[in-house]
Design a protein around this ligand. Sequence first.
Ligand code: AMP
Length: 283
Amino acid sequence: MKQFTHIAETADYLEIQREKDLMIGFVPTMGALHEGHLALIKRSLQENDITVCSIFVNPIQFNNNNDLANYPRTLSQDLKMLESCGCDVVFFPDTAEMYPDGETISFGLNFGTLDKVLEGQFRPGHFNGVAIVVKKLFDIVQPTHAYFGKKDFQQLAIIKHMVYAMGIPVEIIPCETIREVDGLAMSSRNTRLSPAERKLASGIYQTLLNVREKIGKTPVPELKEWAVKKIEENDGFRVEYFEIVDQESLMPMEDWTSRDRAVALVAVFVGDVRLIDNIELFS
Ligand code: AMP
């Protein structure tokens, strides 16, 4: 596995591969890798000649310094995991390499309502930071295919919009959310839960499954209220939002008229750890 920390050496190496007409699959991550990330890597390995993974904890997408400081960093373990699953290239730059002029840049692209709803209401600037880093990484790697998890449903919508609006020549491949045996969506942040919190956290997905059973039967506002109450029954759990939205516009639904396009998304504070999850209600 090739390991790079500098932009120029990464770009040069991949330039040579591109000249051989190879398909390049790309999986951007923030490290603290788990089976959810590895599923993306494995899919890329199957569908491309070369798979590139990036590991970069992107400071400008954190709107909370505490969250940034506490974000798990497990680089040597990550490198071992990538090596053993057959990843070809890993790029792990430091902050100065990615943001040599400081971190206060903003993205000119208009995301319409996509970055204003859901996470956007509670994490101002978050998607601006995500879009900037992903665009920079796309410019360096110039992948033919890039793999993103549906776990970050809104992020996927933002990336798809950016690629379409800017005409970036990459195919975005959405990948299913990988879950622990009890249903909790795998997340690097799960390691920050106490054993008691970790046990209760499976209730988040169980509630999403319950919501899916109730579509069309319970009115949308009532169902949202029910779901919030159910999750908050767990000690120390506080729901930041629970929304049922259109899968493309991400605009909240008031009724079930367009239920075949509905997705339920939730953000929950478990103590000071913020978890997100979602479920497609139409499947
Ligand atoms: P992160 O390191 O959290 O920025 O995630 C890097 C990529 O892995 C993103 O495309 C995420 O959506 C994806 N990802 C994270 N957790 C999961 C999961 N449990 N299942 C599938 N994809 C995931």
